[in-house]
Design a binder for this molecule. Structure first.
Ligand code: GRF
Length: 192
């Protein structure tokens, strides 16, 4: 059985999609840990409701770099994690952790990478940029996180049309629906 660690920073709707997919057995996985840099992330509530162990690990809580890194590594090791999922996580995973789980760290991004990726491209900024560019399509991407972060190999991508009266919010909502579909599909590509 795949044992997932899901990293979040906010509402956790992608986490919820994974919780639901595990429960429905559409993916052969269990979420063994939810880790957030934000103690107030609503996604932590979602995890608690689902009976999943939650961990608040942040550089504020663990300012010493070594301690911060060892907290993440120990949490993943003790939960016997074999797939790390970044789902709305707003921090960079330490390179040592990316190396520990090379090829087994995946991230969901609300755009058609490699477009609209990189520094500052997250949340509404992404959708604003797509609308400003006049693109006819947007979409979501699940990719492997490697040392280049959001330039890693793409696993699944699905596009949606951009409507002429779209606002960043209406486009974000359309893309988010696709995210909830392709993230569980990407997890299903892995075997324990
Ligand atoms: C999503 O668009 C995700 O792609 C981005 O953060 C947004 C919120 O994700 N990284 P969630 O609702 O917290 O899963």
């Amino acid at each position: 059985m795949l044992k997932l660690a899901v990293f979040i920073s906010g509402g956790g709707t992608n986490l919820q999609a994974l919780i639901d997919a595990c429960r429905a057995r559409t993916i052969n996985a269990e979420i063994a840990a939810v880790i957030s840099n934000n103690a107030k992330a609503f996604g932590l509530e979602r995890a608690r409701t689902a009976g999943i162990p939650v961990f608040h690990i942040s550089k504020i809580k663990f300012p010493a770099e070594e301690q911060y890194l060892s907290m993440i590594r120990r949490t993943l090791r003790q939960a016997e994690i074999n797939l790390v999922v970044l789902a709305g996580y707003m921090k960079l995973l330490p390179p040592d952790v990316v190396r520990d789980y090379y090829g087994r760290v995946i991230n969901i991004h609300p755009a058609l990478l490699p477009k609209y990726g990189g520094q500052g491209m997250y949340g509404m900024q992404v959708h604003q940029a797509v609308l400003a560019a006049g693109d006819k399509y947007s979409g979501a991407t699940v990719h492997i996180v490697d040392e280049h972060y959001d330039r890693g190999p793409i696993l699944i991508q699905r596009r949606v049309p951009v409507e002429k009266d779209d606002t960043p919010e209406t486009l974000a909502a359309r893309v988010l629906k696709i995210e909830h579909q392709i993230l569980p599909m990407a997890v299903a590509l892995y075997r324990s």
